[in-house]
Design a binder for this molecule. Structure first.
Ligand code: NAP
Ligand code: MG
Length: 402
């Protein structure tokens, strides 16, 4: 078979530990034999980030702005322990945080559904994609412990020195107060990323706040979403037959539980923090969760939702066998290849991405899987494979399909 050609590069962001090992295996076994892989390579492994004073992360984000599509391996976010382990010059910031800020993007997480790994919620037939607004609210709050009797006020001073104030509470005794904020700019970017991605997936999008209680704060989110939708996206949604659905957060939670899935759920920062863990654990496994960063102007960076699987890496370094699940990392690659194919009108690339996903799922459905899935599957007669053999088994299926 002749290798598939690519006209435009994908930005390739390599990473750390066990996922870096899987990254190479995936490329060698599942990509390079079939595709003339055209990537612009950036090594975001911690050692190289340290050597370049993290410039490589910035460069990779700029390359994503240039080419539009990136695929990223999991990376270490340094903490104290990593400082000494890698002898770091500085506690470099999370690469995901840096890239997200530079692309002004929103992260969408989607579970990979496969027969034999059943969601806890029986009526969920299709994936639910969760989008979390990643700025502000309680995550950028200021708090005061109130020691006793007194008045708490909310005060805003504009640049000319004019003030607006509201009494929060007349305290009769001790208590607590909290101040939080968000910006229209950030909410607008979130809204645009959500609508852009709904169009890309051709799926409905739900959004919910508590605007009945929070008549200014949450209502602003509702109004901004509504205004941007009506002005910029409604026509395209109508054309595609998809819907923007707004409701109250408690109503949304109830409806999600009763739904069949197959839509995007956009959440405010705190709701997204809580609901993404609920939705992902109910779907089965962190190792089966993909993640894509989408910018308001339609740049895409694909990755697995899990980390570098440090425990498995140390086993690997000791020469012990590992059974690390590569599915989410494979789907990061197929996501990026498919998007590249769509943008470039490269149908061979799209077909290949579809085939690789199909091969991966049917490998699992045939009973061949990694240990993490073997522990939770409803299938009988399961063969547990090591990291390498699982990828080899996928390659056999892929050859059958192609
Ligand atoms: P992790 O890599 O997500 O792994 C936590 C545990 O989940 C593993 O020990 C393993 O459980 C299980 N697991 C996760 N992915 C798996 C897979 N593909 N196959 C099989 N099991 C899997 O989190 P971590 O080990 O706590 O974090 C390691 C590093 O990842 C940290 O330095 C953190 O900064 C980084 N991180 C990066 C990203 C990112 O780049 N997007 C995201 C999160 C964390 P068992 O040990 O029970 O087998
Ligand atoms: Mg959380």
């Amino acid at each position: 078979m002749e290798k598939i050609k690519m006209t435009t590069p994908i930005v390739e962001m390599d990473g750390d530990e066990m996922t870096r090992i899987l990254w190479k295996m995936i490329k060698d076994e599942l990509l390079l034999p079939y595709i003339d892989l055209n990537t612009e390579y950036y090594d975001l492994g911690l050692e190289h980030r340290n050597e370049t004073d993290d410039q490589v992360t910035v460069d990779s984000a700029n390359a994503t702005k240039k080419y539009g599509v990136a695929v990223k391996c999991a990376t270490i976010t340094p903490n104290q322990a990593r400082m000494s382990e890698y002898n770091l010059k500085q506690m470099w910031k999370s690469p995901n945080g840096t890239i997200r800020a530079m692309l002004d993007g929103t992260v969408f997480r989607t579970p990979i559904i496969v027969k034999g790994i059943e969601p806890c919620v029986r009526n969920w037939e299709k994936p639910i994609t969760l989008a979390r607004h990643a700025y502000g609210d309680v995550y950028k709050n200021v708090e005061i412990v109130v020691p006793g009797e007194g008045t708490a006020k909310l005060v805003f001073t504009d640049k000319n020195g004019n003030t607006t104030e509201e009494v929060i509470h007349e305290f009769k005794g001790a208590g607590v107060i909290q101040g939080m904020h968000n910006t229209n700019k950030s909410i607008e970017s979130f809204a645009r990323a959500c609508f852009t991605y709904a169009i890309a997936l051709k799926q409905d999008i739900w959004f919910a706040t508590k605007d009945t209680i929070s008549k200014k704060y949450d209502h602003t989110f509702k109004d901004i979403f509504n205004e941007i939708f009506e002005k910029e996206y409604k026509e395209k949604f109508d054309e595609l037959g998809i819907e923007y659905f707004y409701t109250l957060i408690d109503d949304a939670v109830a409806r999600v539980m009763k739904s069949k899935g197959g839509f995007i759920w956009a959440c405010k920062n705190y709701d997204g923090d809580v609901m993404s863990d609920m939705v992902s654990s109910a779907f089965g496994s962190l190792a089966m969760m993909t993640s894509v960063l989408v910018s308001p102007d339609g740049l895409y960076e694909y990755e697995a939702a899990h980390g570098t699987v440090q425990r498995h890496y140390y086993k690997h370094l000791k020469g012990e066998e590992t059974s690390t699940n590569s599915v989410a990392t494979i789907f990061a690659w197929t996501g990026a290849l498919r998007k590249r194919g769509e943008l470039d009108g490269n149908s061979d690339l799209i077909r290949f991405a579809d085939a690789l996903e199909k091969a991966t799922l049917s490998t699992i459905e045939s009973g061949k899987m990694t240990k993490d899935l073997a522990l939770i599957t409803s299938l009988k007669d399961v063969t547990v494979l090591n990291s390498q053999d699982f990828i080899k088994a996928i390659r056999e299926k892929l050859d059958e399909i192609l």
